[in-house]
Design a protein. Structure first.
Ligand SMILES: Nc1nc2c(ncn2[C@@H]2O[C@H](COP(=O)(O)OP(=O)(O)OP(=O)(O)O)[C@@H](O)[C@H]2O)c(=O)[nH]1
Ligand SMILES: [Mg+2]
Length: 293
C-alpha cells in the first residue's frame, strides 16, 4: 500500500526552510536568499518515491514586529499552513535559539500531529561537543517526535529525516502525478526567481518594499518574459534602476540566467519598475500579487 501525506516546514526567517524543501523535492521551487523573509507564500513541493508521496509546504518565516499588512499577512499565511497536515517540521539554526523561535513554538502549541525539530546548518557548528548539550536542552521545549541535527546544504541527516517522515504519514493514494514537483504556476516561480535577485542585490530594507509580477510569458523560439518590479515609493525606483540603468541590468541578467536554468530554454527578459504608493499596506495590491490569507 502506498503512503501519502502533507508535511509543513515552519520556523523563523532565514533558518533554511526553502533550502531544505528544494533539496527534498530535488527541484528549485522556492526562492532562497541570505536575508530574512524571502518566502512570502506557502509553497508546495512534491516528493515522489517508489512507495510514498510527501507534499511539503514551505512557509514564510514566522517573525515578530509585523507592522505592515504584508508582514501580518505572511505570518498568518505561515500559521495557516500548520493546519491539516500529517506532520510539522520545526526548523531552527543549530546552537542559536532566539525569541522568534519561541514565537514559532507557541504557534505550534495546538498542533496535534507529530512535530519534528530540526537544528539546521550544523555544518557551521565548530564545537560539536557542545551541540549535544544544546540539543538536549532544546529537545525538552516541547514533546517532539524526533530531533535531527541537519545540514540542508551539506545534506547531513536529510535521508534520516525523510525516513522518519515516511513513518508518520498515513497510507493512501497519491494526490499528484509522480512527475509533478509543485502546484505553483511556472509564471509564479519565474516571478520568484526575479525577486530572489532583488533580495540578493538590494540592501537593507529595500528588498522588502519590492514585489514582482509577471505580466507576459510567451513561448516562441525563445521564452519572452515581461515582469514588473513594484516598489512603494518613487525614490526606490531610482535605486533599483541605478546609475545609467546599471543596477537593473545586473539584476536582469542574473535573473535571466536563473530563468534559463529553470526553464531549460533561452529567455528574453524585460523588466519594468513601477511605483504603487505603500503597496505593502494595500489589500487590493496584495491580493493581486497572490498574497492572501
Ligand atoms: N551553512 C549553511 N547554510 C544554509 C543551510 N541551509 C540554508 N542555508 C543558507 O541560509 C540562508 C537562508 O536560506 P533560506 O532557505 O532562504 O531560508 P528560509 O528559512 O526559507 O528563509 P525565509 O523564507 O526568509 O523564511 C541561505 O543563504 C542558505 O543558503 C545549511 O544547512 N548550512
Ligand atoms: Mg524561505
Amino acid at each position: 500500500m502506498a503512503k501519502f501525506g502533507y508535511v509543513a516546514i515552519a520556523g523563523r526567517p532565514n533558518v533554511g526552510k526553502s533550502t531544505l524543501m528544494n533539496h527534498l523535492v530535488g527541484f528549485k521551487v522556492s526562492a532562497i536568499a541570505n536575508k530574512p523573509q524571502t518566502t512570502r507564500h506557502n509553497i508546495r513541493g512534491i516528493l515522489t518515491e517508489k512507495d510514498y508521496q510527501i507534499v511539503f509546504r514551505d512557509t514564510p518565516g514566522i517573525h515578530k514586529a509585523a507592522k505592515s499588512l504584508l508582514n501580518k499577512t505572511i505570518n498568518l499565511e505561515a500559521v495557516s499552513a500548520l493546519e491539516n497536515v500529517d506532520a510539522v517540521v520545526m526548523m531552527v539554526e543549530a546552537m542559536r535559539w532566539t525569541e522568534e523561535d519561541d514565537l514559532v513554538l507557541s504557534r505550534l502549541e495546538h498542533v496535534n500531529c507529530p512535530v519534528f525539530l530540526i537544528a539546521n546548518k550544523v555544518d557551521k557548528v565548530k564545537k560539536r561537543s557542545e551541540m549535544l548539550n544544546w540539543l538536549q536542552e532544546v529537545a525538552a521545549k516541547r514533546e517532539f517526535s524526533g530531533v535531527f541535527p541537519l545540514s540542508a546544504t551539506k545534506l547531513i541527516n536529510t535521508i534520516e529525516l525523510k525516513a522518519a517522515l515516511v513513518e508518520v504519514i498515513p497510507e493512501g493514494d497519491w494526490g499528484y502525478d509522480e512527475d509533478e514537483v509543485t502546484d505553483q504556476s511556472t509564471r509564479f516561480i519565474c516571478g520568484e526567481l526575479v525577486r530572489e535577485q532583488l533580495m540578493t542585490y538590494l540592501h537593507q530594507e529595500l528588498p522588502y518594499s519590492t514585489a514582482v509580477e509577471v505580466e507576459k510569458f510567451e513561448e516562441a523560439k525563445v521564452i519572452e518574459i515581461h515582469a514588473v518590479i513594484w516598489v512603494s515609493r518613487e525614490g526606490q525606483k531610482g535605486i533599483i534602476i541605478g546609475k545609467k540603468g546599471e543596477m537593473l541590468k545586473r539584476i536582469g541578467s542574473s535573473a535571466r540566467l536563473a530563468l534559463e536554468e529553470f526553464l531549460g530554454s533561452k529567455v528574453m527578459l524585460k523588466l519594468w519598475v513601477r511605483v504603487e504608493e505603500n503597496w505593502e499596506n494595500s489589500p487590493r495590491h496584495l491580493r493581486s500579487l497572490g498574497i492572501t490569507s
